[in-house]
Ligand binder design. Structure first.
Ligand code: SF4
Ligand code: SF4
Length: 692
């Protein structure tokens, strides 16, 4: 048997054998996680769509134009060049081997050469980016801060070596004549218009003669096989594991995205609880297999870190470092996870510092950016649940908010009797539902705690109510029967209190016969729309920005000329990113003749948090810069006269920061409804003809 076959197969067996053992171990480790039946439900077409868009289309990576494009070609290069791996192994056994049928088509050779060259160009781009970023890598602003960058150079070198040896062995094949009579060479493809790069290199090697080229073809072929085998082993043991497992992670991801509602709704029925019941995640083994797959898939690219409002304001939380920490702990706990014996490390504070855990605003920027669909928020809330429900450990200042919601039904503790005070200054009556919603009422207006009870929040809901009234929308409120939806307590980790609140509200809504709900607060909107269905509350829920857009579009509300100036719109995270209500508020703004819209750098689904979500509104912010200050500085830098938004929490946070900058006389923070109302001024305006 020729030496090339013995050598080639030997390195292949060793490489693939070592990698195979590792992959089998990884598979057992990940499958040791808790079950998650929701991941195996769902249609095949949704998973196929995820693969097509996220893996094949590289949707998220292409947003980072240059590195994204380079990654696109590298990923596709790996896929297309699987053909050349088949050809290489075939050539070990038969020098003139070709893949049946397509293996002699010139255009197949052309595509192979194109991608080999494209990958080499991409590697140069990656190298330049890394060299350029090298000095900044110790700077928190670099997305590579904290990543393992040394291994990245090795992987770049290995990929380059695979491509170079591939092109060299193909070039030598072209010059290696196997049949002097026919002139047949070892290369399966024909003319030079096909595999153009191999032919160009062949011209360089041609002076060495057919014999030497035959030897070179064998040498480069064995080197190619050797590097591929080594690469597989390296990938199996490094963060580059994502090359193989990212498509699996994407296939099992939540579609269309892991935003909106939380993934798990634990059974909090006390009758089903025993001494083995665990709520949330206190050790890595409490996470589901999908969450463990998430941890193993992280590429350390740092895109989540760059977008995180906590990290951008010098807090210790980086979603990347959090996932890396959980991954490292998962590997360190492998023996306990696989044998189900021995103690695992408590995650908080040993793996995740409490300051890291409580800094998250659940804004979703990390989930939005992650190119491999890692679901950070669910992991963070699972750890908070454990801290709150199992350890009773949480920031002390949150205790008051929890007690207020529990005892008074709102985070401020003002009580149900105050919930209709905001209506007293209106010059029309709003029906308050006492038993069932009257038939002529189209919408139940869910006002929310901040809208009903906070002075600044009230201005927004009063304007929304006036706009609905003016447009002839029939609506009613629950008044004292409305209670906190449970969003802040759920994001804080108190799942028990959340479920108590939600069951109470669902009972009220069902008894009232609610079908269509319009909510002013994006947190209430998100919770009722996306989280109540799993507890028996299913309604048609819209946000007031959507209703305003509908009223404007159908001519029932025609903005006037009472406002003139520059407006920048701040996307509330739970409206824009979590629920994709992005264009509707902008459509309303553009319908106001005097508005000049200016976008902030971070806007729409990539907007920057105000700092209030994830129950952060109720926690002290002593670390780093305040998130609302960072966001407001960005808003002020646009030169806008009005910072508009559609969330009472954002209103409060942005207004506070405008005042802290002493800019309250120059810049106003207004809800979308207030701006529409201001544009109407005192104009007496007949509503337009509704479009059916
Ligand atoms: S949800 Fe927002 S604050 Fe929390 S880790 Fe992700 S980006 Fe950071
Ligand atoms: S979690 Fe996702 S975005 Fe963040 S570093 Fe890992 S792969 Fe990149």
């Amino acid at each position: 048997m020729p030496v090339r076959i013995i050598l080639g197969m030997l390195v292949t067996l060793v490489g693939f054998g070592v990698a195979g053992v590792r992959f089998h171990w990884l598979s057992r480790l990940i499958r040791s996680g808790q079950p998650d039946p929701s991941r195996t439900r769902g249609s095949f077409s949704r998973r196929a769509e995820a693969e097509a868009v996220e893996v094949a289309g590289q949707r998220k990576l292409l947003q980072w134009t240059l590195p994204g494009t380079a990654h696109f070609f590298t990923m596709w290069g790996f896929t297309i060049l699987l053909l050349t791996i088949i050809e290489a192994y075939g050539a070990l056994f038969q020098k003139t081997f070709h893949i049946p049928i397509i293996g002699t088509w010139n255009w197949v050779g052309a595509i192979e050469d194109f991608f080999a060259c494209a990958v080499l160009v991409a590697l140069v781009i990656f190298s330049v980016i890394r060299i350029k970023n090298a000095p900044a890598r110790l700077d928190r602003k670099s997305r590579f801060y904290g990543s393992h960058t040394g291994a990245a150079w090795l992987v770049l070198a290995m990929i380059a070596s695979v491509m170079i040896t591939l092109l060299l062995y193909r070039a030598a094949q072209i010059n290696a004549i196997v049949d002097p009579k026919t002139g047949q060479n070892q290369f399966p493809y024909g003319t030079s218009w096909g595999p153009f790069a191999s032919h160009a290199l062949a011209k360089v090697l041609a002076p060495l003669g057919s014999g030497t080229n035959s030897v070179l073809a064998t040498v480069f072929l064995i080197l190619n096989v050797l590097i591929i085998s080594g690469f597989i082993v390296f990938v199996a043991y490094s963060k580059h594991l994502h090359i193989f497992i990212a498509p699996i992670n994407v296939a099992f991801s939540r579609r269309p995205r892991a935003l909106g509602g939380l993934n798990r709704t634990p059974d909090m029925d006390m009758e089903n609880i025993d001494e083995n019941t665990v709520f949330g995640a206190g050790e890595v083994g409490h996470f589901t297999w999908k969450q463990m797959l998430d941890f193993a898939t992280c590429t350390e690219c740092g895109r989540c870190q760059s977008a995180c409002p906590a990290w951008n304001t010098e807090k210790p939380l980086s979603p990347k470092l959090l996932i890396m920490g959980l991954r490292d702990n998962m590997f360190a706990s492998a023996t306990q996870l696989l044998t189900k014996e021995g103690e695992q490390t408590a995650l908080v504070p040993n793996v995740i510092d409490p300051d890291v855990l409580w800094s998250c605003t659940t804004c979703g920027a990390c989930v939005e950016e992650c190119p491999v669909d890692i679901e950070h928020i669910d992991a963070i809330v699972d750890m908070r649940r454990y801290q709150v429900l199992m350890e009773s450990e949480f920031p002390t200042e949150a205790g008051l908010m929890l007690r207020n919601v529990e005892n008074q039904g709102d985070p401020w503790g003002l009580g149900q009797s105050k919930r209709t005070e905001w209506t007293e200054s209106l010059d029309f009556e709003i029906p308050v539902v006492s038993s069932t919603i009257p038939d002529d009422v189209e919408y139940l207006y869910w006002v929310g705690c901040a809208g009903a009870l906070d002075e600044r929040g009230r201005k927004g809901v009063q304007a929304t109510a006036r706009m609905m009234h003016r447009a002839g929308v029939k609506f009613a409120i629950l008044g004292p029967k409305e209670s906190c939806t449970g969003d802040p307590v759920r994001r804080l980790g108190n799942e028990y209190l959340y479920q108590e609140q939600s069951k109470l509200n669902i009972e009220t809504l069902n008894e009232a016969g609610a079908k269509k709900i319009v909510a002013s607060c994006p947190h209430c909107f998100n919770t009722i729309k996306n989280e109540y269905p799993s507890l028996g509350g299913t309604y048609e829920v819209i946000h007031h920005a959507e209703l305003l857009e509908h009223l404007v579009r159908t001519g029932r509300l025609v903005p006037g000329s009472g406002y003139s100036g520059k407006v920048t719109y701040h996307d509330p995270c739970y409206l824009g990113r979590h629920n994709r209500v992005i264009e509707e508020p902008r459509t309303v703004l553009s319908a106001i003749p005097g508005v000049e819209q200016i976008e902030m750098r971070r806007c729409k689904q990539r907007g920057f948090c105000c700092g209030a979500g994830g129950a952060r509104m109720w926690l002290e912010e002593n670390l780093g810069k305040r998130v609302n200050m960072e966001r407001t500085e960005e808003a002020l830098s646009t030169g806008a006269d009005v910072v508009s938004t559609a969330c009472p929490y954002c209103m409060i946070m942005l207004d506070d920061a405008v005042r802290a900058h002493n800019k309250q006389d120059d810049v106003r923070v207004l809800d979308l409804s207030q701006l529409v109302e201001e544009s109407l001024g005192n104009e007496v305006q007949a509503p337009g003809t509704p479009i059916p």
